[in-house]
Ligand binder design. Structure first.
Ligand SMILES: [Zn+2]
Ligand SMILES: [Zn+2]
Length: 151
């Protein structure tokens, strides 16, 4: 009985791992309300139909750009989705304003696209991609628990 807690945790982890590859239920990737806080420069907020609320900063979104070029860049530099480039890795360290889009638009019914002020706009942020990378404390805690596995 005293080991009940330990067994519970490992079962949780197993469940979570298999869950990562499982398709998300439709209500989890259907946005009810989407707010792009452009004028505030804050970021993106989505209320999902399943009741979950997600928020991402623009800086995070820029570093999570899902286009092929950015995915390749992150892979080469060993950065995770949304992880900023370390300052020391920059050739010319200088002040850079925080990433911000000039505008954002829906792509069909499944995604959002940002036109970043740095001229980049190739990334298509699908609802599923966003939900899978939810940055709310609950989801980031769950993700940090499963980190450490290679790849
Ligand atoms: Zn990109
Ligand atoms: Zn979340």
């Amino acid at each position: 009985m005293s080991h009940e807690g330990i067994r519970y945790v490992s079962k949780e982890e197993q469940a979570r791992e298999s869950e990562e590859n499982r398709p998300l239920p439709r209500i989890a990737i259907t946005p009810g309300k989407v707010r792009v806080l452009l004028s505030e420069g804050k970021g993106l907020e989505i209320d999902w139909v399943d009741g979950h609320r997600s928020a991402w900063s623009f800086a995070w979104l820029r570093d999570a750009c899902p286009c092929a070029t950015c995915v390749e860049e992150r892979k080469n530099e060993g950065r995770k989705i949304g992880q900023a480039r370390p300052k020391s890795a920059e050739l010319l360290p200088m002040y850079k304003p925080a990433a911000k889009p000039a505008s954002a638009q829906a792509v069909g019914r499944y995604a959002l696209q940002f036109n970043w002020l740095d001229g980049h706009s190739a990334g298509i942020y699908s609802w599923e991609y966003l939900r899978r990378n939810c940055q709310c404390p609950e989801c980031t805690f769950a993700a940090s628990e499963t980190e450490g596995a290679p790849n």
